[in-house]
Design a protein around this ligand. Structure first.
Ligand SMILES: [Zn+2]
Ligand SMILES: [Zn+2]
Length: 352
């Protein structure tokens, strides 16, 4: 089979390997599609794999069909089409005991610590990781976006967005756009998106989010007031990880409002004196977001994403702007890294 593997930092290529063997509760998935995550690009070119283990098949945003099962697994799973929850929790730490797997102290991970979905076949540790689809019309491309879609949903839940909320989102990439769509599903009155790149602003508008603006050329606070009867926002979701957006988020939020911190920081964040003071004056609440919730308490957000996809209520496939196969994947990653192309979502597709 083909698999796109990292051999060292900057060396990511497509190899031909044997199809992996499975045993016990393991399942063999024929990968239908695997998304390129924003985190994959620095992993390939700057950071390396989490445990510096090589060679390693990357790809953690994936879905496919179960084609074989281990000797202790349920053979009726063959034929199941599903997305994969890629985190392998230790099962014994206090986070795992409370079902808070994303905060496990000692986790393993398909696609960053052990072989993932940029391959024709992938070993899934057990059926616990499967998020099955019940609608044959849901494509593998859409299913491969369940992971980022669920992160977006988790951020919206963290902001307690509800019927009538006015929400501001910084960052109009795939997660920002999907967060805006969840806000609409959760009943928000208005959702306003901000970005700094005109092409992202135009793309977001073309995907139905008319209230997307370039924050470098428009005044964010006046726009929020304009769209919200003179008031500031109830919730701000900061999806860029930049200090500039965080300071602006504090300007846009109403007193007692909630700022959801979703974007991974990539530089030191400098908080202005005015922002620092406003956090006090407005008695703001800041809520961090890390991945998403995969236990039933309070709700398994992954199953909900798949259910909404299967029902056609939540949509994300229209955010896929670039598709490749395993052979073309390393070159597409290089083009993204070198900023030779601009993407919303790029997906490696093996099956239709
Ligand atoms: Zn990801
Ligand atoms: Zn744990």
């Amino acid at each position: 089979m083909k698999a796109a593997r990292m051999h060292k930092i900057g060396d990511f290529r497509t190899d031909t390997l044997d199809i992996p063997k499975i045993q016990g509760e393991q399942l063999l998935m024929k990968v239908g599609a695997c998304g390129i995550c924003g985190s994959d690009i620095p992993r390939i070119y700057e950071l390396g794999t989490s445990n510096q283990k090589y060679p390693l098949t990357l790809g953690h945003e994936f879905a496919g069909e179960i084609v074989a099962v281990g000797d202790k697994a349920d053979s009726s799973l063959i034929g199941t089409k599903a997305a994969v929850f890629p985190l392998i929790p230790c099962g014994t730490c206090d986070s795992c005991e409370s079902g808070d797997y994303a905060k496990c102290y000692n986790y393993d991970y398909l696609g960053s610590r052990r072989d993932g979905g940029f391959a024709e076949y992938c070993v899934i540790p057990s059926k616990w990781h499967l998020v099955p689809s019940s609608n044959p019309r849901t494509s593998f491309g859409a299913m491969s976006m369940v992971e980022p879609a669920t992160v977006a949903q988790h951020a919206v839940r963290k902001g307690r967005v509800t019927g009538g909320s006015v929400v501001v989102i910084f960052g109009a990439g795939p997660i920002g756009i999907m967060a805006a769509r969840w806000c609409e599903i959760f009943g928000a009155f208005k959702v306003i998106l901000f970005d700094v790149l005109d092409e992202k602003v135009k793309f977001s508008q073309s995907r139905g989010l008319a209230l997307t603006y370039n924050v470098l050329t428009e005044d964010a606070v006046s726009l929020v007031k304009h769209h919200n009867r003179g008031r500031l926002a109830d919730v701000v979701i900061e999806g860029t990880g930049t200090g500039a957006a965080l300071n602006l988020a504090i300007d846009c939020i109403k007193p007692n409002g909630t700022v959801v911190m979703l974007g991974n920081p990539h530089k030191d964040t400098v908080l202005s004196l005015k922002s620092h003071s406003n956090i006090l004056r407005k008695e703001l609440e800041f809520r961090g977001v890390w991945n998403s919730n995969y236990s039933n308490n309070p709700v398994n957000e992954w199953l909900y994403t798949m259910d909404m996809l299967d029902k056609g209520i939540f949509q994300c496939e229209d955010l896929i702007t670039h598709k490749t196969d395993l052979t073309g994947l390393p070159e597409l990653c290089r083009q993204i890294y070198k900023r030779e192309i601009s993407i919303c979502k790029a997906v490696c597709c093996n099956l239709p």
